[in-house]
Design a protein around this ligand. Structure first.
Ligand code: NI
Ligand code: MN
Length: 227
């Protein structure tokens, strides 16, 4: 059983196989977050999709406090190790996969940008496909629509797609992505954090219901889905 809890924006708590894993924890300066970085203990791994502040913000503090391993693209893993004293990091690259104690993680492409907050080079942006307990979950993370999504994530059990527009796909392209990927269920992310990315999530959900065979699941901040 895998449980996904939306912490707002692109931040997720993934509970799987007795492990607690965070994706892109952004809590401290996030006006939409209801949890605090200090709320998270016993985190074993922190996955980082790319270098922007709204994705790396709380990762080092949580990893250092919990002795968690940061999993990121090679350049970002090195940055956490060299600039933030994170002892355990796994650097990978787009297209690669790794077996971790809770399941298999594949780093997949994302169409975005990725410098780090101090101007360091952050390599390429990424998404993740998590495979655990015979379930596949695609976290597209910050990305535009691109047709290779179908290759990497076609038919997944759950897709998590950005819908907030401006910095990522908006509603139209997120609906197109669902038509392409055909996941069983889809969760929206990266919206309503700040006014520039506020969208009508019910309109998005209506369109998914009307135009696709996928079930949209709209979580409140702090809400969970069992996969
Ligand atoms: Ni970004
Ligand atoms: Mn972002």
């Amino acid at each position: 059983m895998t449980k996904l809890t939306w912490l707002s924006h692109g931040s997720w708590l993934i509970e799987v196989g007795g492990h607690r894993v965070l994706l892109d924890p952004f809590l401290t300066e996030n006006p939409a977050a209801t949890a605090k970085a200090e709320d998270f203990d016993e985190i074993s791994h922190v996955l980082i999709s790319h270098g922007h502040f709204d994705h790396v913000a709380d990762a080092a503090a949580i990893a250092n406090r919990c002795d968690a391993t940061i999993v990121a693209i090679f350049e970002i893993a090195q940055w956490f190790n060299g600039h933030h004293g994170v002892k355990s990091t796994i650097g990978m690259n787009v297209g690669g996969k790794i077996e971790l104690p809770f399941g298999q993680v594949k780093m997949v492409p994302a169409l975005h940008s990725s410098n780090l907050p101090d101007g360091s080079y952050g390599g390429n942006p990424a998404g993740f496909v998590l495979e655990a307990d015979d379930q596949r979950v695609y976290f597209a993370c910050d990305t535009a629509y691109f047709s290779d999504m179908k290759y990497y994530a076609g038919g997944v059990d759950v897709a998590v797609l950005p819908i907030g527009d401006l910095y990522t796909m908006g509603i139209d392209d997120a609906v197109a992505a669902v038509k392409l990927i055909e996941p069983k269920r889809v969760l929206p992310a990266h919206y309503n954090t700040w006014p520039p990315i506020s969208v009508d999530v019910e309109e998005w959900a209506r369109r998914i219901r009307n135009e696709t065979n996928t079930k949209p699941i709209v979580l409140d901040v702090g809400g969970s889905l069992e996969v």
